[in-house]
Design a protein around this ligand. Structure first.
Ligand code: NAD
Length: 502
């Protein structure tokens, strides 16, 4: 096992990063920073130590933020700015994020625990790409004109449709890729002309606060973007229930998604839900095994398994099953695990002690249930929230390890022989987020990609998000889509104009 330094050295952080860690807790509302009456600790995952404080907002801060967003929605500076001005603002924001990319990556590295290369490349790099992609949309949004046949005697008419912003969007996001998750909500909302109240996760809010600063520098009118930090049960709940919110755009766990859907149903708020997953990776005997084994490992160990589309179930065709297990057992022992700022680290700690305990409990239950558990190292007693890359064999289809989202570096491995049996197993969970398929057989690719009940199928590669391609789930993984044209569509509503021509 390849263990790099287990604790980040925070004394090397530049002052431009430290200032976000050391500052007084505050919320960004209506273009101003408001000191928070209560606070929550910022815990650094590689050491388990408290390094700072964020605001613990509640109903009062949410009231203020929704009021600011509502006012901004109809203020001429935003409503009448026109599409090219919105494009320019979003482009400016993307450029500022790119300029500050190193600082933002360090913030998410010490707040969330992710390796710096991942924070820089995917989390912050992906954020820049998403803002650039949506910056192009405002000038391409358009309604239609329609020839109308009016009832006899009513004269001539012209019909038109206008695309209008849906209104104030409550964006509630998780901690696993903090900045990018916020960007997936903000960018299409801004392109559509909406205003936003962002509630980042209490586990990793620093980069969302730094983003608010860049929103201001980019020159967005006051109140267009507001950020309130705090607990899901307080700030999140108040935001979901607020009558001034038109749409909730939520990414997080399926349990929280269900609770939010109940509230949105009662108040008839528009809703998109990006929820959990239990995605299968499928290896056929004809796959390029060298690539497939690394692909299958990366699909679950990237970001320590804290990825919604993580390939947490590996289905291996009978003929290559034992060989694949052996090669994965060797592979997990080469994965460099350590604190995110360390050179060459592939996998960092989990985000929190709570998340580590949750993952450990699944592994322990598998061990007690007599399954084969192979962990690449033992971190019991480490101060940071480490869980080693772990393989589990011999789990049945109904075991929690097969059915429930663990959100950690734990891979269940299963054997299959017939395609129908594989499809039933792969589809046999409540989730339907993603799948990856490794085979050289093009007919099988077409057959299986149609049969898999999920929002995304990657073929002979690990999946990665591209701003132009929608991401989202079937079944219990949610509804609506982030990214692509779909996400901006979901921030718009259609108004019909029926005009009499004299
Ligand atoms: P979570 O559901 O605990 O929290 C997500 C967000 O919701 C946080 O900001 C939290 O404060 C808030 N929240 C919690 N309870 C709330 C409530 N009652 N009302 C309003 N807001 C509330 O999820 P998490 O543990 O932060 O994130 C991990 C989950 O996110 C996993 O299930 C993962 O699969 C999912 N996820 C999904 C996608 C996707 O695109 N489908 C992407 C990333 C993460």
């Amino acid at each position: 096992m390849n263990i790099v330094a287990l604790e980040n050295d925070l004394t090397t952080l530049p002052s431009s990063v430290r200032r976000w860690i050391d500052r007084e807790p505050a919320h960004y509302v209506g273009g101003r920073w408001h000191g928070s009456h209560a606070s929550l600790p910022v815990i650094e995952p590689s050491s388990g130590r408290e390094i700072g404080l964020i605001g613990k907002g509640g109903a009062a801060e949410i009231d203020m933020a929704v009021a600011a967003a509502r006012a901004a929605l109809v203020a001429p500076e935003w409503r009448d700015a026109g599409p090219l001005a919105r494009e320019a603002l979003i482009h400016r924001l993307a450029a500022l994020i790119e300029e500050r990319a190193d600082d933002l990556a360090l913030l998410d590295c010490v707040d969330n625990g992710m390796p710096l290369w991942l924070a820089r490349g995917i989390d912050v790099g992906g954020t820049v790409d998403v803002f650039r992609y949506y910056a192009g949309w405002p000038s391409k949004l358009a309604g239609r004109t329609v020839d109308v046949s009016a009832p006899p005697g009513m004269g001539r008419f012209e019909g038109m449709t206008r695309r209008e912003p849906v209104g104030v969007i409550a964006a509630i996001v998780p901690w696993n890729v903090p900045l990018m998750m916020a960007a997936w909500k903000l960018a299409p909302a801004l392109a559509a002309g909406c205003t936003v109240v962002l509630k980042p996760s209490e586990e990793a809010s620093l980069s969302a606060l730094a983003l608010a600063d860049l929103v201001e520098q980019a020159g967005f009118p006051v109140g267009v973007v507001n950020v309130v930090t705090g607990l899901g049960s307080e700030a999140g709940d108040a935001l979901v229930r607020h009558p001034g919110v038109d749409k909730i755009s939520f990414t997080g766990s399926t349990g929280t998604g269900r609770a939010i859907a109940r509230e949105a149903g009662a108040s008839l708020k528009k809703l998109t839900l990006e929820l959990g997953g239990k995605s299968p990776t499928i290896l056929f005997a004809d796959a390029d095994l060298d690539r497939a084994i690394v692909g299958a490992a990366n699909a679950i160990f990237l970001n320590s398994g804290q990825v919604c589309v993580a390939g947490s179930r590996l289905y291996v065709e009978d003929a290559i099953h034992d060989q694949v297990v052996e090669r994965l057992q060797a592979h997990i022992r080469t994965i460099p695990v350590g604190a995110g700022m360390g050179e060459g680290v592939f996998m960092g700690p989990l985000v929190s002690a709570r998340q580590r305990a949750r993952v450990d409990a699944y592994v322990e239950a598998a061990r007690l249930g007599g399954m084969g558990v192979d962990s690449a190292a033992d971190y019991a007693g480490a101060a940071g929230f480490y869980v080693a890359p772990t393989l589990v064999t011999g789990a049945s289809h109904d075991d929690p390890i097969t059915q429930e989202e663990i959100f950690g570096p734990v891979l269940g491995i299963y054997r299959f022989s017939a395609e129908e049996e594989l499809i039933a197993a792969a589809n046999g969970t409540d989730f339907g987020l993603a799948a990856s398929l490794w085979t050289q057989d093009i007919d099988r690719v077409h057959r299986l990609s149609r049969s898999l009940q999920c929002g995304k199928v990657s073929v002979n590669a690990g999946g990665f998000p591209y701003p132009g391609l929608p991401e989202g789930g079937y079944k219990g993984s949610g509804f609506g889509r982030d990214l692509g044209p779909d996400a901006v569509e979901q921030c718009l509503q259609t108004k019909t104009l029926l005009i009499h021509i004299a």
